[in-house]
Design a protein around this ligand. Structure first.
Ligand code: KG4
Ligand code: ZN
Length: 335
């Protein structure tokens, strides 16, 4: 069964063809980063316009790379939220038009569910339920108990900034570029993670599995204002590495604690921040010490892509659940 999927929730226009839920035939991703870079973050209006410009050629490329035609498709899956509403609308309208003209089912997919499902793609060994999924992206930071396909229970979420958002904001504050995550990840390799003791917020039991990252952002800003990088009291790499370590510590410890308390032996990572090399290493170390299996998708499947949307759509289709023609873009859709 071939699903064509479309993802336009933020600043990537992506289309993919996935066979039987998990075999990726094509996964074309056009990033808009260069158009947003000079603003230090995503400009929603620019995002919508750029999606409109490239959506048709990207879909055609996905079909060409998969070596199939529109007539070979069995269903269309599309992200309908959460995300930027104008950006989502472009994908939803394109998906509806194709599905309607081909008379095949339309499947609306939650973007966060897509990130979780990236863990099922191109995997030889089956992922066993239940597992805990740490979703860490530019817009979200959540711990989700995944009991089965489509069975999710959010057990913790950020009360303010998302983890990726903080990487991006610190990078912008220091004039390092956008998106900040990969830049900070790379520069941190040459720094000392214990150079500066930044706060690890909400680690007390009373906060459960919720996160807060706005405090560490302020702590970094205050530190740099008090002792500018030019004061030579520390290197920029030490600053970044110490910041990253504090964020990673909180993500890892809360995930491990959630798995232990729910007696779950697998933690999956998802979302753009799960590309972070320190997060992966530390999660694997702690997982091995606690005998908890840690899994994560290939980096290209961690950041926004359409293949993960096809995978999530496939499991809804198998359950006989598809969307109606009045599917709407929902900016603040919950999982
Ligand atoms: O999942 P994603 O592509 O888009 C959203 O759904 O938000 O995630 C993008 C986020 C950005 O904030 C980016 O800085 C962050 O993921 N990111 C990283 C890394 N690669 C991407 N953060 C930390 N380390 C990385 N290596
Ligand atoms: Zn995402």
């Amino acid at each position: 069964m071939n699903i064509l999927s479309i993802e336009t929730s933020c600043d990537e226009t992506s289309a993919a063809v996935v066979e039987n839920g998990t075999d990726i035939l094509s996964n074309v991703i056009a990033t808009q980063i260069e158009f947003h870079q000079k603003y230090g973050g995503i400009v929603p209006e620019i995002a919508s316009r750029k999606h409109i410009e490239v959506i048709s050629p990207i879909i055609q490329q996905a079909l060409d790379k998969a070596n199939i035609q529109f007539s070979d498709l069995d269903a269309i899956a599309v992200t309908y939220g959460p995300g930027l509403v104008g950006a989502l609308l472009v994908g939803v309208c394109a998906a509806k038009a194709i599905a309607y003209s081909l008379k095949i089912p339309l499947i609306g997919v939650n973007h966060l569910e897509g990130h979780i499902c990236a863990n099922f793609l191109s995997r030889r060994v089956e992922v066993r339920f239940p597992f805990i999924c740490l979703i860490v992206s530019g817009g979200h930071t959540s711990l989700v108990l995944v009991k089965g396909h489509g069975e999710y229970q959010t057990i913790g979420r950020t009360r303010d900034d998302a983890a990726g958002e903080v990487f991006d904001k610190i990078s912008r504050f220091l004039g390092l570029g956008y998106p900040g995550g990969p830049i900070i990840d790379e520069m941190s390799r040459k720094g000392n993670p214990s150079a500066i003791d930044f706060p690890r917020a909400m680690m007390d039991k009373e906060y459960g599995y919720d996160f807060s990252f706005s405090g560490i952002k302020t702590a970094v800003v205050n530190h740099v204002k008090k002792w500018p990088v030019s004061s030579c009291r520390y290197s920029i790499e030490d600053l970044l590495s110490s910041f990253q370590e504090a964020v990673v510590d909180v993500l890892v410890e809360k995930s491990i604690c959630a798995a232990k308390e729910h007696n779950i032996r697998t933690i999956a990572l998802a979302g753009g921040v799960s590309c972070n090399s320190r997060l992966r290493t530390k999660m694997l170390e702690r997982g091995s010490a606690e005998e908890i299996k840690i899994i994560f998708p290939a980096p290209i499947l961690c950041t926004d892509n359409a293949a993960m949307i096809a995978c999530a759509g496939y499991f809804w289709f198998k359950k006989g659940i598809t969307s109606s023609w009045d599917l709407k873009a929902v900016a603040n859709l919950e999982i």
